[in-house]
Design a protein around this ligand. Structure first.
Ligand code: TPP
Ligand code: SF4
Length: 245
């Protein structure tokens, strides 16, 4: 593996950190993405690593995060954010590399990048927002769409297996930091993301956090939050356990 560990005194080279600033988000009303980003922002603030972070965002609704924080960001092709952030980290080991990706980007077109980064124990954090669909392109079936769920490309209900990525990554990298969170447990999500970032700061190797998140626009529940959270907290949570692996 290429050395991406930070020299022990590297943090001394960074100026005093300031708190992150954000601005009104561009996501749909009730979307889960801003809740994930809020937890991430607090985690970065609490660790005081603002000046070191580079946030890589994928194509998909995640790209709307490109200027949400006053952080350095990289926006790249659908599914390619993970190798891009691996490249950043290898070139700049003292930086903190975060890949922020949708479940379509990470588990379909980007799956080989995800698995190989995990196998090689790359010292980056990958956050995957699992909303069960390809959201930005209109709600097509994703590798995470649950059997029986009706989506645009499966109007009678999806009928195939679905990807449980944290479970899969645990099999290829027993030393990685791996967890699954949910937007509705904000304190837990913030703590999880902080631990995952700390793992990288301490040169711990690969860290992976999947977050269960709502997409009212494509779930057809816009303006009906009770339906949105029923699907998130009953159907999705039953299939995707929230825990540290
Ligand atoms: C290489 C490539 N393939 C396909 C697309 C089209 N595309 C743009 S966004 C998107 C869906 C993204 O879904 P997901 O990764 O789940 O993120 P979400 O929008 O749900 O947050 C697709 C297929 C693209 N932009 N580039
Ligand atoms: S389409 Fe879905 S995931 Fe995308 S911004 Fe709207 S609610 Fe959020």
């Amino acid at each position: 593996m290429v050395e991406t560990k930070m020299p022990p005194d590297a943090k001394l080279a960074f100026p005093k950190c300031v708190r992150l600033e954000s601005k009104p988000h561009l996501f749909c009303p009730g979307c889960g993405h801003p809740e994930v980003l809020k937890a991430l922002g607090f985690a970065i603030d609490e660790l005081g690593i603002q000046k070191r972070v580079a946030l890589g965002v994928d194509i998909g609704c995640s790209l709307l995060a490109w200027d949400f924080f006053n952080l350095d960001t990289i926006e790249t092709h659908h599914g390619r954010t993970i190798p891009t952030m691996v490249g950043f980290k290898r070139a700049k080991p003292e930086g903190v590399a975060i890949a922020y990706v949708g479940d379509g980007g990470a588990y379909a077109i980007g799956m080989s990048h995800l698995i190989n980064a995990a196998i090689r124990d790359e010292n980056i954090l990958v956050i995957v927002v699992n909303n069960g669909v390809y959201a930005m392109t209109g709600g097509q079936e994703a590798p995470t769409t649950l059997p029986g769920t009706r989506v645009k490309t499966a109007p009678c209900g999806a009928d195939r297996h679905f990807v449980r990525a944290p479970e899969m990554i645990r099999n290829v990298n027993p030393n990685a930091y791996i967890a699954r969170g949910i937007t509705t447990i904000q304190v837990g999500l913030r703590k999880t993301l902080k631990e995952a970032l700390q793992h990288q700061v301490e040169n711990g190797g690969f860290a992976f956090v999947e977050v269960l998140s709502q997409c009212p626009m494509n779930w057809g529940t816009l303006g009906r939050p009770e339906k949105t959270f029923e699907y998130l907290e009953k159907t999705m949570l039953a299939a995707y356990p929230v825990k540290k692996y």
